[in-house]
Design a binder for this molecule. Structure first.
Ligand SMILES: [Zn+2]
Length: 93
């Protein structure tokens, strides 16, 4: 099994409140000047490894949708007035 984590909002931009932060492991959160940020790829990676996926089989684009407006839509960055991304998965034989 190989897992690829695509572009998403990341810990550099994803501000969350305590009700959201409480649902994620501390390792996926960081606090900067009283603001809490959630890194979804870290949380996903932790759950994947806990489910038995080898860490070496998890690949990450590292792209943050909120940081790269020329490449990605971002609901948070654009306050809901934005487009949507699509992901396509194919099984190659
Ligand atoms: Zn970002």
């Amino acid at each position: 099994m190989s897992v690829h984590l695509g572009p998403c909002i990341r810990g550099c931009c994803y501000v969350v409140g305590p009700e959201v932060a409480a649902r994620f492991p501390a390792a996926a959160l960081r606090d900067v000047d009283g603001t809490r940020y959630l890194d979804l790829p870290t949380a996903a990676r932790m759950r994947l490894v806990a489910a038995g996926v080898a860490a070496s089989a998890i690949h990450d684009t590292g792209a943050c949708t909120a940081c790269e407006p020329s490449l990605y839509f971002s609901h948070r960055r654009d306050h809901g007035l934005t487009g949507r991304q699509w992901g396509v998965i194919a099984l190659a034989g």
